[in-house]
Design a protein around this ligand. Sequence first.
Ligand code: FES
Length: 113
Amino acid sequence: IIKIANDKTYYGSLSDYSCSANVKGICGDAMEFFIKIEDNKIKDVKFCTTGCISSKACGNTATKLIYGKDIYDALKLSPRAILDELENLPSEHHHCAILSCITVYKAVGEYFC
Ligand code: FES
């Protein structure tokens, strides 16, 4: 059983985002992040994925970990931090945490362009 340690869901999309990214993972599933940034702070963030329940858990945890943070603090997000939150995530789905991080990084990279 995968523990989804979040009491809020961030699943969905934003229409007024500052940056976004869509990344296809090694499993073939895609993840998309929408991030709204104001005064260098992450004011809102949503994600969606074509992937499994593990990718939803990882995406949701990634959003929880960066929500409201300074953009540079948000870049401290790591697959390890997501896996620590989702302690029961099976190892064959650890790549879902990596996909979540890559997608966040790409979105923030777009913001800086
Ligand atoms: Fe494809 Fe989880 S993202 S298996």
